[in-house]
Design a protein around this ligand. Structure first.
Ligand code: SAH
Length: 205
């Protein structure tokens, strides 16, 4: 049923569909939400944040055109679900979260479930440490009013970034930016709703 819903909504990449089927979403939602983990909707998690809707996770993953050898950056770990999905389709995922509590829970959860090629970092996605290097793919899972130039510079040649761009409260547009020889190519995809990307680490736990 889960795969069928994703197919009906237009997801066609077999590897993405298979991965969505394999990653146990019920382990990433709040205990009280287990029964509707596979509903096509976003759900609340700790710290007032959300785990994205399955369709949006599948769609963003499909639009990244991942390859086995890719090194991927995710901004906005949340539950760790999107990172788990990505990790099955690439070599390494670095995911950054501004809430220490969420980063700690996601790290433990991913390790317990055997997602060993994911590194969870507590930090600010607007300020990626230089030592983290550059990336083949960057996925932002929180709404940005605009895509920082500094972040685009972390894309390797031929790299792709995907991010929800628009006002913090309201509807955003999913934007895909490809780094080309000459610069950057931008394409607007679909409308989405994400919680805001906020600068700095969270003061609350
Ligand atoms: N990808 C997640 C859902 C993300 S919700 C999942 O699969 O569950 C968005 C997350 O982005 C929230 O947890 C929020 O705290 C985080 N976030 C917002 N601004 C951030 C920033 N500047 N750096 C890192 N994380 C940020």
């Amino acid at each position: 049923m889960f795969q069928l819903t994703l197919r009906r909504r237009g997801i066609s990449d077999q590897a993405v569909l298979r991965t969505m089927e394999e990653v146990p979403r019920e382990h990433f939602v709040a205990a009280g939400d287990r029964d509707h983990a596979y509903r096509d909707s976003a759900l609340g998690i700790a710290c007032g944040q959300t785990i994205s809707q399955p369709f949006v996770v599948a769609y963003m993953t499909e639009q990244l055109h991942l390859q086995k050898q890719h090194k991927v950056l995710e901004i906005g770990t949340g539950s760790g679900y999107q990172a788990a999905v990505l990790s099955r389709l690439c070599a390494h995922v670095l995911t950054i979260e501004r809430y220490r509590t969420l980063a700690d829970i996601a790290r433990d959860r991913l390790e317990a479930l055997g997602y060993f090629n994911v590194e969870v970092m507590f930090g600010d996605g607007f300020d990626i440490p230089p030592g983290a290097g550059d990336f083949d793919r960057i996925i932002v899972t929180a709404a940005m009013e605009q895509i920082p130039e500094k972040l685009l510079e972390r894309l390797l040649p031929g790299g792709i970034l995907i991010a929800p761009v628009g006002p913090h409260h309201g509807t955003q547009t999913l934007v895909r930016v490809t780094r080309t020889d000459g610069g950057f190519e931008r394409k607007e995809l679909v409308d989405v709703r994400f919680v805001p990307a906020l600068p700095g680490i969270a003061r609350e736990l």
